[in-house]
Design a protein around this ligand. Structure first.
Ligand SMILES: [Zn+2]
Length: 59
């Protein structure tokens, strides 16, 4: 029972909130981040840009 509860808490992104920004981004007490739609897009683009740079460096 205790193990199941521990797993559940690890898998849950929506834990206790540590920080909540006005835009909707959130950080939980477990240091999970949940981004709002606007910053989620920004983050995706930033990651994509890094992957592109990596490809160029390898190639
Ligand atoms: Zn945001």
């Amino acid at each position: 029972m205790l193990v199941a509860e521990n797993k559940y808490s690890k898998w849950t992104v929506e834990g206790d909130l540590k920080t909540k920004w006005i835009c909707g981004c959130r950080q939980t007490a477990d240091d999970y981040f949940k981004f709002c739609n606007a910053h989620n897009e920004t983050l995706k683009k930033a990651i994509q840009a890094q992957i592109d740079e990596l490809d160029m460096a390898i190639g």
